[in-house]
Design a protein around this ligand. Sequence first.
Ligand code: HEC
Length: 544
Amino acid sequence: MLKKALLSIAMVTAAITLLFAASEVIEAASSPAAALTGQVSSQEEGRMEGVLVSAKREDSTVTTTVVSDAQGRYSFPSSKLEPGRYSLRIRAVGYELENSQPAEVTAEKTTELDLKLRKAQDLAAQLSNGEWLLSMPGTDEQKQGFLGCVGCHTVERIARSRYSAEEFVPLLKRMRNYAQGSTPLRPQVRPGAREPSQNQLQQMTKFAQYLSTINLSKVAKWEYPLKTLPRPKGNGTQVIITEYDLPRPVAMPHDAAIDAGGMIWYSDFGSQYLGKLDPKTAKVEEYAVPVAKPGAPVGALDLRFDPEGNVWLGMMYQGSIAKFDRKTEKFQTWSAPKFMENDEARLAMVDPAHINLDGKVWIGGDDEFRLDVKSGEWYRIDYSRGLPKNGPPADRLGSYGVISDSKNNFYGTNFGGQYIIRIDAKTLNVTPFPTPTPNSAPRRGHMDPQDRLWFAEYRGNMIGMFDTKIRAHARVGGSHRVDESLRRDFGQGWLRLDGRHEQRPGRAPEHQDGRVHRILTAADDQYSPRQHRQLSGPAGALDR
Ligand code: HEC
């Protein structure tokens, strides 16, 4: 269902980033001393909280970042920085580093280095996409168009352009014809490039008109004030971020997953490489993935392990899935039935997690399939098969994320709509379950060992949990199914059940089914007292 659900992938950079939570900070605090610490301040604000301070050792590919606390102190634990000479950089929107001398870190004692910040010369160069959207005039509907722009480059590129409304139309046509997996560093043209329809052309003309009001086509400088978002504070500063540079500048890591041995495997969205990163040594190995369809755009999206630890890839425009055998280090590929049909052959997702049961993998893309790996037989999912009479029409169904349970039944996330779609492995019958948030655009998900599907409600701004073990059509109060075990899994204070959807009047009966739960992921201190009362009231099962 790639066609129906606009595939917008967040900007990726040629680095893999790992976030370590507060527990690691506490652990680090018990080691003898900080390796490098100091005070961050500016004339404008005095001591500054929430400034990201990054350190990179000479000749190293690893960058470590910490965040200054409420007193404006930053501190790198000695477990994170080995002795050496480090270059430092900061991120605090609106500011830049005044004194950027390197820091000498030694094994014997803590290095003290205060950092002075001054107002940035070029604020526009520091704005995130979100800050650009906040700053620009225009309605939400007008800004919605940017959702189709941020997959390949930043909004800044558009804001700095000088195209008029008329000049934007051919540019928008050109953008439309780039394949996902393009960046300005390396454009790739879609094989199925088509002229826009009359309706699409109208939309483009309207968007082009709007774009010419927010860029530099008529003015030398933006007339709207550039707005910035607040820096992290409180618990938000308790993180350590480790970034690993990858060997190729055009690397576009899309999915990353950790294997049983602690190695991080990544797919590359714009190149035929499978990567393996050792987070302990920062060593990276890359394996060239065979080109299945010469001339078509290259790159892979989904990356998953089968029970033997082999790595599987969904190869997008290459119209194939690939398996990397860990023992032989060789690839095997299977091509979609529509292999030769341009865009139509795109395969994004593959789930081999339960291939050991029946020799079959589930696949998602322009169409969804089940592949029998031995016989090479492809079954194309028929969304009308066994569909309940009161369910949505089959043509509204399609799956972006593809996830199997412990019986190798299929669960699809209906990114174009609002359903978790179950397909029975034996009967191939289809049952859609609406998500608690209407029109939530469920995007991708993971099955936990208890057969609970965790998924992102992309437009609902929530994480959902679907308990697949509860029998179909069982009606259970929304909150009762989230129990103490979830608290253990995810840690106190992080996970909150939002019971409000049960109380909201006018909800269609189908949404009271209760097998999908909404979880708020905001930190505790981000809730208002009113929200706190709601969350810990009778509907908030976690607090009972
Ligand atoms: C699928 C990838 C992709 C998407 C989506 C995309 N772009 Fe681009 N964009 C590119 C590439 C590649 C370049 C550089 C090559 C070029 O200019 O054609 C680029 C360049 C640009 C430039 C600079 C052109 C110049 O002459 O310097 C502008 C402006 C731009 N894009 C606007 C947009 C807008 C507006 C959207 C959303 C409607 C968008 N892009 C969506 C890939 C994309």
